[in-house]
Ligand binder design. Structure first.
Ligand SMILES: N[C@@H](CCC(=O)N[C@@H](CS)C(=O)NCC(=O)O)C(=O)O
Length: 247
């Protein structure tokens, strides 16, 4: 049995999609991030970085005690290995492509777009520089993705964990008011993946409405749990950099 410490965000959906695709037995343990449930000290034993998703495999590869795994990309690789290489191409060239696009998603497409979401949707309004910087970087990477999908049906030519990692972040662009119709190759790929029953099941858990709106209204407590003092203190940061109105 695999415990999935989960919240229905793009990073969480990568893992729930992979679990549905592979059929591995699992149970979702849902966290309310607005309430700061991920900040509890006991969750640090599962993920030292304190972020979601994370899993605990009670029947780990190689045996031994339950194995916690954090970082969504590492979780996808682990689940693939656990299922004898599911959704990782066997062909070495394609396999390398899957690894490259997985790393691209983890290091660039997710984090940079995540900053766009932060400054467009959550930060105090009127900060033109970071909004421009991260929206432009998101658009640049959408162009990169669109070009790749013009030459290949899937990122590694066959459906793989690289697509599972990237698809939920392509889906997320609507929340920063980008329209996928502007990238027709992404749209074609997106629709094919969306039609997979496992993807529908894996994304069936919806975000609470207060996080789905373009500009979610957060209470001061929820803000602190997500971005401010409560979040920093839970990681042991006592001396805070302050910016008026932001912490
Ligand atoms: N690189 C990490 C990112 C994880 C991450 O940032 N998760 C968000 C939710 S999608 C989170 O836990 N946020 C809570 C916080 O920042 O305190 C991964 O891919 O697993």
């Amino acid at each position: 049995m695999i415990d999935v410490h989960f919240t229905p965000t793009p990073n969480g959906h990568k893992v729930s999609i992979m679990l549905e695709e592979t059929g591995l037995p699992h149970r979702l343990i849902s966290y309310d991030m607005l309430a700061g449930e991920h900040l509890r000290p006991e969750f640090r034993a599962v993920n030292p970085n304190g972020r979601l998703p994370a899993i605990v495999d009670h029947d780990p590869i190689g045996g031994g005690p339950p194995l916690p795994v954090f970082e969504s990309g590492a979780i996808l690789l682990y689940l693939s290995e656990k299922t004898g290489g599911a959704f990782m191409p066997v062909d070495p060239r394609r396999r390398s492509q899957a690894q490259q696009w997985l790393m691209w998603q983890m290091a660039s497409f997710g984090p940079m777009q995540g900053q766009a979401h932060h400054f467009v949707r959550y930060a105090p309004e009127g900060q033109a520089y970071p909004v421009t910087r991260y929206m432009n970087e998101t658009r640049r990477m959408l162009a990169v993705l669109d070009r790749r999908l013009a030459e290949a049906e899937f990122l590694a030519e066959e459906y793989s964990i690289a697509d599972m990692a990237t698809w939920p972040w392509a889906r997320a662009i609507r929340a920063i008011e980008l329209d996928m119709a502007d990238w027709p190759n992404i749209k074609r790929w997106f629709d094919v993946i969306e039609a997979r029953p496992a993807v529908a099941r894996g994304t069936g858990v919806k975000n609470p409405p207060n996080l789905s709106s373009i500009r979610p209204q957060l209470t001061p407590e929820a803000w602190s749990n997500l971005f401010g003092e409560n979040m920093l203190k839970s990681s042991g940061v006592e001396s805070l950099s302050r910016s008026d109105g932001m912490i």
